[in-house]
Design a protein around this ligand. Structure first.
Ligand code: FEO
Ligand code: CA
Ligand code: CA
Length: 654
């Protein structure tokens, strides 16, 4: 089940070209979902039949955005407004702050306090809020009522605008949120841990937060539920796919598989699960052993004796690179991890078929031939863009008890100078690279090396990827300060600066760009045509100014949401913008606080409510920003989620 060239000629034709569907379509969607849910186990279907009265998208008047043209219909945050010490939002919108770092995930849980207790932190919202997704709950009385997102199989997998106002899906959901990182300064209020207890605080602050949210008269609050849980660095996990149980994942210590770390951006599947992406995992490993040196495989992923200064290895031998009992522990990180938000005790599963690298995101799209396609950026200077294609249509695989994320083909992108592109296969069937590996598991553990050999195009730090309703795929290349016109070969003979290429032409790329492509043989095919959507630098000095694009999300109407992470120009804080790819217009919806980055994006199905995150406000320093406390406070800053709604929305989603 690994070849599907015969499908390369199938053209993807998006079925949802706008948010304005004929009513017959809406009914069909609802009928299909009813069928799917009735097939599910343990489902109380009572409230579900309300869907038969589904509302046409364009009859909703209070959503975040008009479901029709124009795509941008709000007054932006101006340059003058977007640089202050407090968040700023468009005059047409308002926001609330929820889920700050340290909030207990249960009503009787431990309250936030400094210094943080390690056991408390394991029962509290983590830090470093990043990618997230909202999984609607159809029937509040049925814990495992699963939302049937697979109806829109050629499009974005959610039911935007098709739910009537009484549906609990828009007021109750499970939010899965990545907790990417918190420095020792931010979490421990000191530079290095002084005990294993300190290390545990840091480890428990990382990972994923899963909480059931409820909109109580306009106020989104955590609802007590067995679904609420923290997944962190010491949570038992499983491995699946070609590298599961590989020799190179085993340790002399025989320690069980545990933990996920540096969970950056995310994905969500049409079968209702959450994907969390392990990015800079290397920074949590280190060693005091001065004789230790990285081998080439470790070097390719940036493992080094100092790490990012977390010092976990000082008290936890799992993270000591020179400890022979844990020699392969680092190979257990760098994966894309699937979490079932609606099954409380399910273990997170590391899906090795998707490759090991510094995964930014996992944008799932269903191709016209029914396959699950996962687009994925590897965020490092001169690293690559990947795509995984399931071996068969995902529904058939699921019905046969197979995960669509375990069987399929991993590709890496080559952007040719003439505007065409090729997806290069990373498997033992690729004779250009196979002789360098003993098996597919080893290849996947060393995905970057395989991609080097295949001839992938070195990019300017690929961050989020999103698939627009017209089928175009957008990727934020955030910046690359080290790309030079000459290209310099250093570091053990490996080319660490390739010089410019057509898809990454600026050297250095100080402010980043957004590249996009069309899959000319369908999303499961191996050919594409690309162009550069926008250079951030070109917006500077205008009211549309932004830099360092990172988060990207295309909504079902074709709006492109852009979140930034880096030094903004023109006096701005990091920001959330809305772009119209048809006109090229960019409009500023929200700006954050000093020292922060804007991350994560999720919406309720009716798109009355949007969630984004303020990550690392003040970089932990209250004199820079004590957010969510008011500027001037000495409170320790706390990452938090921002709930956005239109001012004329009344009671949100009620
Ligand atoms: Fe975690 Fe590449 O941002
Ligand atoms: Ca990012
Ligand atoms: Ca970034």
């Amino acid at each position: 089940m690994d070849q599907h060239d015969e499908h390369d000629n199938i053209e993807d034709i998006p079925s949802n070209k706008s948010g304005n569907r004929p009513f017959e379509d809406v009914l069909k969607v609802n009928m299909d979902r009813r069928k799917l849910l009735k097939a599910g186990a343990g489902i109380a279907g009572g409230s579900f039949f309300g869907f038969a009265g589904g509302v046409q998208a364009n009859s909703l008047s209070r959503a975040l955005f008009s479901f029709n043209e124009p795509l941008i219909d709000f007054s932006p945050v101006t340059l003058a407004q977007g640089g202050g010490p407090e968040p700023a939002i468009s005059a047409d919108y308002e926001y609330d702050v929820i889920l700050p770092w340290g909030q207990p995930i249960r009503s009787n849980g431990p309250a936030f306090s400094i210094p943080v207790d390690p056991n408390d932190q394991a029962e509290q919202v983590g830090i470093g809020h990043d990618g997230m997704w909202y999984f609607p709950i159809l029937d509040p009385l049925a814990v495992d009522t699963r939302f049937g997102w697979d109806e829109l199989e050629d499009s974005n997998p959610w039911l935007s605008g098709y739910l009537s106002e009484g549906d609990t899906a828009n007021t109750r959901g499970v939010l899965c949120m990545n907790n990417e990182f918190g420095t020792n300064f931010a979490v421990l209020r000191k530079d290095l841990p002084e005990s294993l207890s300190d290390v545990r605080v840091s480890q428990h602050a990382h990972g994923v937060t899963v909480v059931r949210l409820q909109n109580n008269n306009g106020s989104w609050e955590i609802e007590d539920s067995t679904l609420n849980r923290r997944i962190h660095v010491n949570t038992p996990v499983e491995f699946s796919g070609p590298a599961a149980d590989h020799d190179q994942l085993q340790n002399v210590a025989m320690n069980e598989y545990m933990g996920t770390v540096n969970n950056c951006a995310n994905g969500y599947t049409p079968w209702g699960t959450y994907l969390t992406c392990e990015e800079n995992f290397n920074g949590y490993f280190g060693t005091e052993d001065e004789s230790w040196e990285p081998n080439p495989s470790q070097d390719r992923l940036g493992l080094n004796s100092g790490g990012f200064g977390y010092g976990w290895h000082l008290y936890d031998p799992r993270f000591d690179l020179a400890n022979p009992n844990y020699a392969n522990e680092h190979n257990r990180f760098g994966w894309i991890v699937e979490i079932d938000p609606l099954t409380p005790n399910s273990k997170p599963i590391k899906r090795t078929a998707l490759g090991r690298k510094k995964n930014e995101c996992a944008a799932v799209h269903v191709s016209a031939d029914g396959r699950a396609v996962v687009y994925n950026g590897d965020d490092q200077r001169f690293d690559y863009i990947y795509k995984f294609v399931s071996a068969e249509p995902w529904r058939e695989m699921s019905e046969n008890g197979l995960s669509p994320l375990d069987y399929g083909t991993l590709y890496v992108a080559r952007f040719n100078d003439d505007g065409t592109g090729d997806w290069l296969e990373l498997s033992m069937d690729n004779t250009d690279i196979a002789s360098n590996f003993v098996d597919q598991g080893q290849l996947l553990i060393n995905t970057r090396y395989a991609a080097d050999l295949a001839g992938a195009t070195p990019m300017d730090r690929p961050e989020w990827i999103t698939v627009a309703p017209d089928g175009r795929v957008y990727c934020a290349c955030t910046n690359n300060s080290r790309r030079t016109d000459e290209g310099i070969q250093t570091q053990g003979g490996r080319l660490v600066d390739t010089g410019p290429n057509a898809a990454n032409p600026r050297a250095p790329s100080s402010d980043g760009h957004i590249i996009r492509w069309i899959e000319t043989h369908g999303h499961s095919g191996t050919k594409f045509e690309w162009d550069i959507y926008q250079y951030a630098e070109d917006t500077h000095g205008t009211e549309e100014s932004y830099a360092d694009p990172d988060g990207l999300w295309a909504d079902p109407d074709g709006r492109l949401f852009i979140e930034t992470d880096g030094g903004q120009k023109d006096g701005l804080q990091n920001q959330l913008l809305v772009a119209d790819p048809q006109t090229g217009r960019v409009s500023r919806l929200f700006t954050g606080v000093p020292g922060c980055e804007i991350t994560g994006i999720a919406v309720t199905p009716d798109r009355y409510t949007m969630f984004i995150n303020i990550q690392h406000p003040g970089n932990g320093d209250p004199t820079v920003s004590p957010f969510p406390a008011t500027f001037g406070s000495s409170d320790v800053p706390r990452d938090a989620t921002i709930v956005i709604r239109r001012k004329d929305n009344g009671v949100v989603g009620s």
